[in-house]
Design a protein around this ligand. Structure first.
Ligand SMILES: [Zn+2]
Ligand SMILES: [Zn+2]
Length: 186
């Protein structure tokens, strides 16, 4: 995939430049109010190019997974900077990802997990649900009242000048919704 190629390039660039090993410190406490959500600490500051590139890459990965997650920008918010410092018991680089209060990792770990498919599993419970489309024909009932007999199973036939039974609809005077049948709605 185009995207993952780019992320790999960011990673390659790092190793090529002999970038330092990722800080492997473990958090000493979970992120505040983060027990049930996905939280990413990142920075929107471009001062350190590598950090900015890594944060952008991780943000794009998470957005690509179409999940709900909280973006905690340590550059914009002093509170978030204090939080992440507190969580690790000292200053630490970003990005740092947490899922349901549990620490996932920094940039390299996130890239690894993403390319191995594990990240998708981790984020599975946080996927944004597509809003359900409602069928204009039937309001998603999948059936409409028969328009020949109005659901009564009988209608007046002009030629025969008498009530005849409707054989257009099914037994209870319903018809499968024609809009749904056309596949206009999933
Ligand atoms: Zn009918
Ligand atoms: Zn319908």
């Amino acid at each position: 995939m185009e995207k993952s190629g780019w992320w790999r390039k960011v990673g390659l660039l790092r190793s090529f430049q002999g970038a330092d090993e990722e800080d492997e410190r473990k958090p000493v406490k979970p992120p505040p109010k983060g027990n049930k959500i996905v939280v990413l600490y990142y920075t929107s500051s471009r001062v350190i190019k590598q950090t900015y590139a890594e944060c952008s890459a991780v943000l794009s990965i998470l957005r690509g997974h179409s999940i709900f997650f909280q973006e905690r920008d340590v550059f914009i918010s002093r509170k978030h900077l204090e939080e992440i410092t507190d969580i690790f018991g000292g200053p630490i680089s970003v990005p740092r990802l947490f899922v349901a209060g549990k620490y996932v990792g920094g940039f390299q770990r996130i890239i690894e997990l993403n390319e191995g498919g594990e990240l998708k599993k981790l984020l599975n419970g946080y996927i944004k649900k597509r809003p359900k489309r409602v069928c204009k024909g039937c309001g998603n009932m999948r059936y409409i009242v028969c328009f020949i007999c109005n659901g009564s199973k009988k209608f007046y036939e002009e030629e025969r000048k008498e009530m005849v039974s409707c054989n257009t609809c099914i037994e209870n005077g319903l018809l499968p919704c024609p809009v749904c049948m056309l596949g206009a709605v999933e």
